[in-house]
Design a protein around this ligand. Structure first.
Ligand code: PLP
Length: 451
C-alpha cells in the first residue's frame, strides 16, 4: 500500500491514545520499523527515539536476543491462561523479580500495563484490611500531581488535574498530601525546608485519618507525568517511616522508574525504601511486550490464603495475565542487564547526559533542568527570573516537540516540560545528537513565542 493511502487510513480508522486527533490529522506520522535507538516512518525518515517509545525501551529496537527469546517461546506456546494453571516463563520471571526487588517483597501478581498494576495494588490493599478484620481502612492517600495511569482506580489515586476535571464523578475520593516540589514552590526555596514542611503536612493528615486509610500510593522518587519533579533527599524515606508509624500500606509505583532508569534497578534503592506493594511495568520487557506486575509481601499474600467460600480470594485477573511471550521477553531483557552490567553503565550515561545538558542551563527560556539518572525534564518558561510560564494556548512544549520531530527526534512534552528519556543503550554519540536536536528546537520555538 502506498504511503498516502496509509496516512489516509490511519486518520480514517484509528483513534490514538492521549491524542487530540485534530492535532494528529494536521501532522500524521506512521512508524514502519526501528533499529537501535532509531524509529523509521513509512517514507524512510529516521527519528531518534528520545522518549524510549513512551519511557520503556531499554536496549533499542530489534534487539536480537529479545527477538530470539520471543520466537523460541512462540515455538512452544504463545499463551495459556494463568487462571488456575501457571506456566514456565511466568514462574522463572517471578523468581527473578523477587531476587531483584526490595527484600520485603516475596510474591508476584501479573498484569499487562502500568495502570492495571496500580489497580491491582489498590484492590489488594483494600481487600487486605478487610481480610484481616479491619474493613474500616478503605481510603487512599496520594500526592498532589501524582500520576499512576489512566484507568478509573488509577486516576482516583492520581492527581493530574485534567482527569479530575473530565472524569470527576466516575472516580473515588482520595486524600491528598502536598508534593515537595522544589522548583514550583510558591513560598520556599530551601530543599530541606520544603521536604520537612511536606512531611509535616502528610503527618497531620495521617494522624487524623490513619484509622480509615488502607494505603498510600507514591511514585518512586520522581513524579513523571505530573511534571518530572524529583523529591528532595530524605522525603521518600520520611514517607516510608510515616506509613509504618500510622499502619498504612506503602504502595510504591515503579512503573516509570524501574529497571535502571534512575541509575539503580529500582528507585526505592536510592533511599532504601521497603514498600509493602510495588508496581512495575514499562521497562520490564525492555519495551517489547505488554507485561506488568504487582509485587507484595508474604504477610499480605497470606491474608488472602483461605477457603474459597470465605471470600478472601483476590478477585482479579485478565485474559492475557502472565502471557508466556511477554514473560520470555522479560527474562531475556533481564539477562542482558546482568551480562552487560547495565546498571553500572547507566551511571556513566547519567554523567554524559548531565554534561550535555549543562550548557542549556543558561538558556533564557529554560527555567529548570531536572535529571534523575536517565530521566530528564527540561522546563521551558517565558521569563526565567519570575518562572512565569508561556501562555497555555501557545502550546510551546508541544510545538517544540513538533520541531524536534522535523529535526529527526521524537518525544512528548508534559505541558511546557520537554521529556528526555533515551533508551538506556543509547551511545554517547547518540545522546549528543539528541541533545543537539533538542537545543535547536528549543531555541527556534521559544524565540518565536517569547514576547
Ligand atoms: N505509573 C506511572 C508512574 C507512570 O508513569 C505510568 C505511565 O506513564 C503509569 C503508571 C501507567 O502505565 P501504563 O501506561 O503502562 O498503563
Amino acid at each position: 500500500m502506498n504511503q498516502e493511502k496509509l496516512i489516509e487510513k490511519s486518520s480514517q480508522y484509528l483513534w490514538l491514545p492521549f491524542t487530540q486527533m485534530k492535532d494528529y490529522d494536521a501532522d500524521p506520522l506512521v512508524i514502519e520499523s526501528g533499529e537501535g535507538v532509531y524509529l523509521r516512518d513509512i517514507y524512510g525518515n529516521e527519528y531518534l527515539d528520545g522518549y524510549s517509545s513512551l519511557w520503556l525501551n531499554v536496549h533499542g529496537h530489534r534487539n536480537e536476543e529479545i527477538n530470539s527469546a520471543i520466537k523460541e517461546q512462540l515455538d512452544k506456546i504463545a499463551h495459556s491462561t494463568l487462571l488456575g494453571a501457571s506456566n514456565i516463563p511466568s514462574i522463572l520471571l517471578a523468581e527473578k523479580l523477587i531476587e531483584l526487588s526490595p527484600e520485603k517483597l516475596k510474591r508476584v501478581f501479573y498484569s499487562d500495563s502500568g495502570a492495571t498494576s496500580v489497580e491491582i495494588a489498590i484492590k489488594m490493599a483494600y481487600q487486605y484490611w478487610q481480610n484481616i478484620g479491619k474493613p474500616e481502612k478503605q481510603k487512599f492517600i496520594t500526592l498532589k500531581n501524582a500520576y499512576h495511569g489512566d484507568t478509573v482506580g488509577a486516576i482516583s489515586v492520581g492527581q493530574v488535574d485534567i482527569f479530575h476535571r473530565v472524569y470527576k464523578s466516575l472516580m473515588f475520593h482520595s486524600l491528598v498530601a502536598p508534593f515537595p516540589d522544589v522548583y514550583h514552590h510558591a513560598e520556599l526555596d530551601d530543599e530541606d525546608e520544603i521536604r520537612d514542611t511536606a512531611l509535616l503536612e502528610l503527618e497531620a493528615i495521617l494522624e487524623e485519618h490513619h484509622h480509615e486509610i488502607a494505603g498510600m500510593t507514591v511514585e518512586s522518587l520522581i513524579q513523571g507525568a505530573g511534571g518530572m519533579n524529583i523529591m528532595p533527599k530524605g522525603y521518600f524515606k520520611g514517607v516510608e517511616q510515616l506509613c509504618k508509624k500510622y499502619n498504612v500500606l506503602l504502595i510504591v509505583d515503579e512503573v516509570a522508574t524501574g529497571f535502571g532508569r534512575t541509575g539503580k534497578m529500582f528507585a526505592v534503592e536510592h533511599e532504601d525504601v521497603q514498600p509493602d506493594i510495588m508496581t512495575v511495568a514499562k521497562g520490564i520487557t525492555g519495551g517489547y511486550l505488554p507485561i506488568a506486575a504487582t509485587l507484595t509481601t508474604e504477610e499480605i499474600y497470606e491474608a488472602f490464603y483461605d477457603d474459597y467460600t470465605s471470600l478472601k480470594t483476590f478477585f482479579h485477573g485478565h485474559s492475557y495475565t502472565g502471557n508466556q511471550l511477554g514473560c520470555a521477553a522479560a527474562l531475556a531483557n533481564l539477562e542482558i542487564y546482568e551480562r552487560e552490567n547495565l546498571i553500572e553503565q547507566t551511571q556513566v550515561k547519567k554523567a554524559i547526559i548531565q554534561n550535555l545538558l549543562e550548557p542549556l542551563k543558561s538558556h533564557p527560556h529554560i527555567g529548570d533542568i531536572r535529571q534523575l539518572g536517565m530521566i530528564c525534564g527540561i522546563e521551558l518558561v517565558a521569563y526565567k527570573e519570575s518562572k512565569k510560564p508561556f501562555l497555555w494556548e501557545d502550546r510551546v512544549g508541544y510545538r517544540t516537540t513538533l520541531k524536534m520531530r522535523e529535526l529527526g527526534m521524537l518525544t512528548r512534552p508534559i505541558g511546557d516540560t520537554i521529556v528526555f528519556m533515551p533508551p538506556l543503550a543509547a551511545s554517547g554519540k547518540e545522546l549528543e545528537k539528541m541533545v543537539e536536536i533538542m537545543s535547536e528546537a528549543i531555541e527556534i520555538t521559544t524565540r518565536e513565542y517569547a514576547e
